[in-house]
Design a protein around this ligand. Sequence first.
Ligand SMILES: [Zn+2]
Length: 254
Amino acid sequence: MSKSYTQIALVLAAYPLGEADLRLRIFSGGRGLQTVVAKSAKKPKSSLRGLCQPPSLVNIELAASRGGMDILKQGELLEGYLQIKADFDKTAAAAYLSELILAAQNDNEPSEGVLELAQAVLALLEYANRPSFAVRVFEARYLALLGLLPELGGCVGCGAKQEEKTVYLSVSEGGLLCAACRAQNPDQQGFNLSLGSVKTLLRLLVLPFDKLTTVGLSAAADNELGEVLGEYLQYHLGCRLKSRRFLQLSAKTL
Ligand SMILES: [Zn+2]
C-alpha cells in the first residue's frame, strides 16, 4: 500500500489529464511545488471537484507515488476565494501571484514564508477592493523572501544617499544608482522613480499586514512601482511573466 500524508496547500493551477482527471500544481511550505493527480475530478459528482479550482487553500490527503505523481485522495476546502473568482481584476492579480510562485519556487523543496505571504495577500485580494495594491505588496515582499530586494538605502555603486525628488533604480545593478555611477555604467537597465514611491515601497515591506490598509497608494506611485517591480522580478528570475499582461490590461486607478 502506498504511504499517505496530509498537508495544507495552495492550488495554483489545474490542467485536464485524460478524460476525467485533473493534473494540479500545488504549493505547500513543507514540500514546495508539487504536481499531483486528482482522479475523476472532472466528473460532476466528484468530491474532489471543489478542491481543484485555483486559487484555493486546501487541507488534503495525498497518496505518495514512487516515481510518479502523488494522488489526491480527499480533503477539505479551507478558503475558496469566491470574491477573487467573481472579479476579473482580482482573478488577474491572483493568476500573477500564482505565476510568480510557479516561476521562482522548486518542486519538492521546502520554502519558508511563501505560503504565509500568499495567504495574506490572497486575503487582502478577497476582502479588500484594492487588487493592484495587493499585487504591489506581494511583489515587494516576495522579492524580500527571495533575497532579491533592490538596495534602497543609497546608491548601490558608491553608497551615496539618494534624496533628489526623482531617483534612478537600476534593475541590472540591483538598486538605486546615483548620476555619477550611472554615467560610468551606461549599459545597465533601469527606471526613474519618485522618492515618494521608494518610501511607499519601504512601508509596504515593513508594516504588519493589519496596518497595511492605512497605506495610501496614488495611481502614479502604483504605476511606477508596478512597472519597476514587475521588470525587476522578470529580470532576476530570468523569465517573462505571461499573466503580467492581463494585470496591465486590468489596471485601473485606485
Ligand atoms: Zn553612486
